[in-house]
Ligand binder design. Structure first.
Ligand code: PEP
Ligand code: MN
Length: 285
C-alpha cells in the first residue's frame, strides 16, 4: 500500500494523529460515543443524552438525516432534529456526532455538528467526501460494507486532499455470507489500519452485529484490538425506537458496558505503556 503515496499513510516517524473534540483527544484518549440511531423527539433525545452522559459517554450520536434502505421508512427529522441535538448539547455539554448524507448540506450541518458522520452507504460518495473535506469539522468516516482497507483509505484521502486533516475511521461491519449477525464486525481491520495509517480508528459494534447481546462482548474485543473508541446506539426506551430498536442499549446496559470498557482500556494502557506514550502523537487543534 506504500506505493499509493497517500497522506493517510504513516510516515517513517510512526506518529499518529490526535483530533481534539471538546476535552477528548481522539486517538489518544479512549472515546465513547453513544446515543440513539435517530433523533425522534426532543424528549427522547434529551433524556437519552442525559442518561448516556451520566453513564460515562464522551459524545452524543444521533441522526437527523437517516440513510434508510426503504424510502418509506422514517427518514429523520432533518433541520428540526439538528435543533434538538443543539438543545441536547446545551443541556449536557456533550459534543454532537451526526450524519450528513447530501453534499449540499455539509457546510450548514457544521453549525450543529462537532463531528460530521459519513455513513457506510456513502463512503464512496466522492462529492460528499469533497464537501466535508472543505469544512473544518472532524469527519467520522464509516467503512463501506463491501470495501477493502485500501478503498477506505482512498476515501479518507479525498477528505484530506481538500485540506481537512481530521478524519476518524470507523469499522461498522462488512457483508459476508453470515446471516445470524446484521454484519460481520471485522476487528482485524483495527490493527491492520493502525499498521498503515496514522488516523484514529473506532468501532461500531451496534451496526457491526445488530444484536444487543453481542454489543458488550464486541465492545470489549474492540478495546482489546486497540481501537481508539467505540460508537454505540442507546435509547432511553428501546422498545419505542423508530430505527434500529433491536440494537439499542437501554441506559442500564450502556452504563455497564461503559464501565467495563473503561476498565479494560485502563488495563491495556498499563500493559503497554509505550504504545500510549503521548510523545508518539501529533496534536491537532
Ligand atoms: C448509523 O450510524 O446510524 C448508520 C446508519 O450507520 P452505518 O452507516 O454504519 O450503517
Ligand atoms: Mn442505526
Amino acid at each position: 500500500m506504500k506505493d499509493l503515496k497517500l497522506c493517510a499513510l504513516k510516515n517513517n516517524d510512526n506518529k499518529r494523529t490526535v483530533i481534539k473534540v471538546g476535552d477528548v483527544r481522539i486517538g489518544l484518549d479512549f472515546v465513547i460515543i453513544a446515543g440513539p440511531c435517530s433523533v425522534e423527539s426532543e424528549k427522547q433525545t434529551i433524556i437519552t443524552a442525559q442518561k448516556v452522559k451520566e453513564a460515562g459517554a464522551d459524545m452524543l450520536r444521533g441522526g437527523a438525516f437517516k440513510p434508510r434502505t426503504s424510502p418509506y421508512a422514517f427518514q429523520g427529522l432533518g433541520i428540526k432534529g439538528l435543533k434538538i441535538l443543539e438543545k441536547a448539547k446545551k443541556e449536557t455539554g456533550l459534543p454532537i456526532v451526526t450524519e450528513v448524507i447530501d453534499p449540499r448540506d455539509a457546510s450548514w450541518v457544521c453549525e450543529y455538528a462537532d463531528i460530521l458522520q459519513v455513513g457506510a452507504r456513502n463512503m464512496q460518495n466522492f462529492s460528499l467526501l469533497k464537501e466535508v473535506g472543505k469544512t473544518d469539522k472532524p469527519v467520522l468516516l464509516k467503512r463501506g460494507m463491501y470495501s477493502t482497507l485500501s478503498e477506505w483509505l482512498n476515501c479518507a484521502e479525498y477528505i484530506l486532499a481538500e485540506g481537512n486533516p481530521k478524519v476518524i475511521l470507523c469499522e461498522r461491519g462488512i457483508r459476508t455470507h453470515e446471516t445470524y449477525t446484521r454484519n460481520t464486525l471485522d476487528l482485524s481491520i483495527v490493527p491492520a489500519a493502525q499498521e498503515v495509517t496514522h488516523l484514529p480508528i473506532i468501532v461500531d459494534p451496534s451496526h457491526g452485529t445488530g444484536r444487543l447481546s453481542l454489543i458488550p462482548p464486541m465492545s470489549m474485543a474492540a478495546v482489546a484490538a486497540g481501537a481508539d473508541g467505540i460508537i454505540v446506539e442507546s435509547h432511553y426506551k428501546p422498545c419505542e425506537a423508530l430505527c434500529d430498536k433491536d440494537q439499542a442499549l437501554d441506559p442500564e446496559m450502556f452504563r455497564d458496558l461503559a464501565t467495563r470498557v473503561r476498565s479494560l482500556r485502563e488495563f491495556m494502557e498499563n500493559l503497554d505503556k509505550e504504545r500510549y506514550d503521548e510523545s508518539k502523537f501529533i496534536e491537532l487543534i
